[in-house]
Design a protein around this ligand. Structure first.
Ligand code: 2BA
Length: 109
């Protein structure tokens, strides 16, 4: 068995959860937030047989989309700053950030 951990954007999270249900893939959705943007995202925990990992990855890839987001720099009172430094910074947010981990034991009580 493997554990897939997938950090995805909130915009894709409901569609991804529905697709997992339709595909008979058990998943847990956690509310999370990115350390860099400090904005909400969703983290899925999926315990899955090794032979179905490729299927899980394919679903994640199919549903999630990379998007551009803008990070506003903090407002500075230092008017000597170069004007360019006050513009928002563009970042490309995945898609999905995915980890596949080995599972030593799996219990359901
Ligand atoms: P955030 O940490 O909010 O990062 C959002 C996006 O900001 C990242 O997209 C990346 O394009 C950019 N970014 C992150 N850290 C940066 C830095 N130090 N300098 C410049 N740009 C930076 P993604 O790489 O697609 O990551 C999306 C979200 O996935 C992250 O949200 C975080 O929640 C998670 N994530 C990404 N890499 C991770 C890792 N190695 N471990 C755990 N979570 C990770």
């Amino acid at each position: 068995m493997k554990m897939v951990l997938a950090v995805v954007q909130d915009k894709d999270a409901n569609r991804l959860a529905n697709k997992f249900t339709d595909s008979d893939i058990r998943a847990t959705k956690l509310t999370s937030s990115g350390g860099f943007l400090k904005e909400g995202n969703s983290t899925f925990i999926i315990g899955i047989e090794e032979e179905r990992v490729a299927e899980v990855l394919q679903i994640i890839q199919e549903i999630t989309h990379m998007r551009k987001q803008y990070l506003s720099p903090p407002i500075s009172m230092d008017f000597s700053l170069n004007g360019a430094s006050v513009y928002p910074i563009e970042v490309e947010v995945g898609g999905a950030t995915v980890f596949v981990l080995p599972v030593e034991n799996f219990f359901r009580f």
